[in-house]
Design a protein around this ligand. Sequence first.
Ligand code: FAD
Length: 452
Amino acid sequence: MSIYDVIVIGAGFSGLTAARDLREAGRRVLVLEARDRIGGSTWYQADAFDGFGLEMGGTWIVPQQAHVFAEARRYGVRITGDTPPGRLTWSAHGTVRDTLLPVGPDEYGALEHAVRALVAASERLDPDRPLSEQDLADLDVPIGRWADEAGLTGDARELMVSWFCGCANARDDVGSALDIIRWMAAMDHSLWGMVRASVLGCTFTDGTVSLADAIAADARRPPGGAELRLSSPVRAVHDDGTAVTVTIEGGARVRARRVLVTVPIGVLGDIRFTPELPPDKLAASRENHAGQGQKIWALARNVPADLSGFGWGTDFDYVGAMGTTDRGEVLVCFAPEHDRVDADDLADVQRAVRDFAPDAEVVDAHTHRWVDDEYSKGTWATFRAGQFGRYELALGRPEGRVHFAGSHTARRWRAFIDGAIESGGRAAAELLAADAGGRTGGKDPAERTVRP
Ligand SMILES: Cc1cc2nc3c(=O)[nH]c(=O)nc-3n(C[C@H](O)[C@H](O)[C@H](O)COP(=O)(O)OP(=O)(O)OC[C@H]3O[C@@H](n4cnc5c(N)ncnc54)[C@H](O)[C@@H]3O)c2cc1C
């Protein structure tokens, strides 16, 4: 059996970036991807709504995300700038308010308090350092509990909680408030910056696939290009202390000196590792992350072309118009639970959209059920309350000759495309350093954690 320098498991942005960097450093790389496409949690469907392309997964980026913008510049990938909406729509339990502020004048004080509480919490964080090392356990609590402890009240509380749930794609008793406050810290503690980072950022003009394709082509460029095998789900990883044997579905086996695993948190436990993964990684996978909601695209008539609506007490927490086709407005809709709205039932989608646009007539809908997808088991990897302390560092820690990447292991923009790219670059450097240690006879950082 021939031996690769590195086998990368997963061809999302983290795996592709790592493969490209390792190839550039002269390593012989094999990428194994379970699906029949690259891109992982991003998936651009070019002709979904009569030729209007839809991003089923990761979509928006902001200029503060240095890694993804650097990659786009490197390959000349086109980015469409963000145009802030001219107005926002607020839906309180289905009652639409087209007002300057989301709450009535009697609650302006409560709203100001909520904003101050958010800014104050954000300013405690350094988003470039592990949050679990910054004495922030009081923020690593369920979103709803943070709102109560910060003294938020009335509509101001409901708005803030629903917005956080939208960012977390999770319920308010599940998602970690800290993981969302982190977004604001990463946007230099700016409230407007956080709004942009949540749903109003830039997009890839030709779809996320344009960047994924560019990185993959570079990784595979001859001579010495990485091999990419699609439709190759990995079922087992065996580290014998000298090399690693990877078993693909159907029984084929390949071998490498090191392996990089980039599969999502919830999927990790489905691969049989020997030696077994340590208890923290296994527990993290069993618990899975908080991002277990929905992203549904709808095509609707009788909807304002500039709709950008945040709601509380509504099934969708955000509904926004993203473009126009001959059949209507293209709406992107988010819900914090995977079964809130039935995307196969246009009447159900219409009912939920009407909380934001009461005359809406939904004529089409499209989604991908990431939560039910065996290679994702969730949407974006926001943490559950308490998971920072337990798993933030554990998830990216190498185990023997097996290394780990993925947006869930990133620092500043974990759970974003940018974080996936950051983590791929970090892991490639880590693998090269471990390799250099082994080759020069120096202490190999990975060897230190080899378990019997
Ligand atoms: C609905 C949705 C909306 C999002 N919105 C945004 C957004 O607007 N902006 C943003 O920046 N981010 C967003 N994200 C998050 C972003 O898409 C991800 O953080 C990022 O793409 C993750 O990249 P990754 O490489 O870490 O993981 P993934 O892209 O998940 O890649 C992991 C790969 O591993 C493969 N795999 C799994 N199991 C196996 C196996 N056993 N063997 C081989 N391969 C396997 C998978 O098929 C996948 O290709 C969104 C995600 C979703 C789902």
